[in-house]
Design a protein around this ligand. Sequence first.
Ligand SMILES: Cc1cc2nc3c(=O)[nH]c(=O)nc-3n(C[C@H](O)[C@H](O)[C@H](O)COP(=O)(O)OP(=O)(O)OC[C@H]3O[C@@H](n4cnc5c(N)ncnc54)[C@H](O)[C@@H]3O)c2cc1C
Length: 756
Amino acid sequence: MIYQSVRLPLRSPRKIGINRRVFREITRCYATQLSDSTDVVVCGGGIAGTSVAYHLALRGKRVSLYEKDAVGCGGATGVSAGLVSAPTFWQDFTNQHLAENSLKLYADLAGSGKFRYVRCGRIFLASTLASEILLRRMYSRGILHNEHVELLDDQSDMLARWPYLQTEDVQLALFSPEDVSLDPVAMCQELAERAKALGAKFHEGVEVKEVLLGDEKQVYAVRTNLGLVETPAFVDASGVWTGSVLCKQLPHRHIQTAHHPCTYTYLHSSKLPSSSVCDTTPIINDLDGNVMVRLTGRKTRCAGFHEEGIRPIACPAATGEWTQPEADWDKFEISLSRLLHRIPLLSDVGHGDLICGMEAYTPDKCCTVGESSQAKGYYVASGFNGQGLSLAGGVGKLLADWIVDKDVSVDVARIDVGRFIELHANSQYLIERTPEIAAMTYINMYNSHQCHTARNLRMSPIYHQLRDAGAVFGESMGYERPLWFEPNSPKERNALLQGQDTLLGKPAWFERVRSEYEACRERVGLIDMSSFSKFEITGPDCVTFLQYLCSADIERPVGTTVYTGMQNEKGGYVTDCTLSRIGEQCFFMVAPTIQQDRCLSWMRKWAIDLKRNVHIQDVTGMYTALDVVGPSSRYLMNDLTGREFSNREFPAFRCQEMNIGMATGIRAISVTHCGELGWVIYIPNEVAQNVYDRLVEKGREYSMMHAGYYTLRQLRIEKFYVYWGQDINATVTPMECGRAFRVNFEEEIFGTQNTK
Ligand SMILES: Cc1cc2nc3c(=O)[nH]c(=O)nc-3n(C[C@H](O)[C@H](O)[C@H](O)COP(=O)(O)OP(=O)(O)OC[C@H]3O[C@@H](n4cnc5c(N)ncnc54)[C@H](O)[C@@H]3O)c2cc1C
């Protein structure tokens, strides 16, 4: 029921010339009563929340947005430089798709003529080989989106087009014509107007105080400073405040989110004294200087992303106002010198103001979108890593589809809030990691990229033994995993891979991986797989429950292992996994490392929805997993355990519990994840070092060699084993990836009760 429609002045307090406190009082008087029920409540009227509200309204949902300040003015959107990156910049399809949808939406809104919108394009400059390769890759992607993307390798051509640049050291330039410069506040407000025209209710000067959860941790109401609103869905799009709204029923009284505010500093000064500069002058991104410049006919804006110049900021209080962190000229000095190097004329521009905003950064430079596993109906759209304007248009559409259809048509694994586990929300972890991410705002992060901050967080019990054996570690989900081994390197070395592999040519590890690969193919190799996600699923309904979730037939005898997909409603992969039946009512599941939270929340959701009597426990941290692979693995395992590992006694796709030396409770599974003969042994952590030492000792007789993930990948590729996140994801079905033979098409799901 709606008591009174709420119309508020959609202009910033700054623009109408009153301070924020007075503005809030005025808006409070306007908003005397609130609608008491709605389909979705959105918290935050920045670009993300406004975009979500607009797209929900477009899908016919009743939506109420609450903004404690004024639309577009209360957070990062209000201080944004207003530069929208074209899809050319992003490497992965999901972000390209989001950027493309944002550009389309903003271009459509610009048709109203109510805000400044200039399609100025952007120039990326490379002065090193690594950046040059990066630009060539961006170019090959870019021309798929826009045929007018250009590469320039002649400095005189560059100078002819952009005479204000110093190009002596520039090896390559890429021109991306689609990038846009716009007024973020006015654009956000125009989007709000469109949403309101579709029926969305915008309540400015109203703060969300609490999200109320029911017994099953589902959202049922939201409390604002003006009263209670009943709703089954809540979207937290409150920028750096995301996760700070009270949720009393949760253990931490808030949802845990993996993002942290850091500074975003730019210099605002007058126009560059050059007749070639006008409003359509392209944005300039100097990749090696890590600086960005926006020159217009009226002013100049320069930003710098040097890591030393970026500070993590304490999260503002939940009820606090947007405050600008203090700008630090000393920290901006490196960026300033690089800016002057690239555009010497900047020294003729007046001193200018150094402005410091704050922005939410995530540990992996991807935004966080989707339903939190901590509360049903609690969605987030945040952590935009300095590119929120470029992505939020697309994110709003994606999240609206997700809420309405309970499904999306693109792979969201990279941006799904479920890719993180609780430790990623640890503030110390984020404080250490996020400045490094912020420094890469305009630099592509390749899959092989390894951060240098916040490392050595999760490690297997044999980490130090592996390091002494020469392991070079890379991190996934905070877990250190050996990528390859450098056996003759000094023990006291830093064993962490930082940065990324060379982008072209033979990588440094090539010969090492070749030897490891040969060992696995010809003798025996030992691969640490401890980071893989592991679960125990027990209870009287576990067979019917798993049969429902999985596409293979998992109703096999105790001692059997099945490789299967867990499929979503459209047949796409939620995950791939092995399920080992270790008891009549007990399964041991192993899934990819990055699937830890997603698998757990998917299974728990279905256990509740289907009312199945099952218990699901995450046992990832309880077992060390060692993969013993290669033709000699059978003999090594025989010697190690004193048991028969013949084809007859221990064929493929079987699991057995056994002792190794003095250690007990070890689960051996004859599925190696790489297609070679072998066994993965899951060892209780407390005895892992003991078993490892024994294994290495015995392995000498078989010339066993340590191998890392790069070797595992190589072995998998040769066997056409699909790889989660690259070959398969939520949009790929078993039919499409050659895994139809794993599907049990005869499966009858709970009789006629197929609700999937
Ligand atoms: C200096 C600077 C320059 C930038 N330049 C660019 C750029 O050129 N291009 C680009 O793509 N990105 C840029 N960004 C990043 C971009 O601005 C952000 O990613 C984006 O604006 C984030 O939007 P948002 O809606 O998530 O958050 P915000 O804009 O911060 O909005 C969150 C809103 O939630 C409200 N809120 C919080 N808590 C509550 C509550 N409890 N109840 C009600 N309301 C609440 C706040 O008042 C605020 O208005 C820049 C960022 C900064 C800091």
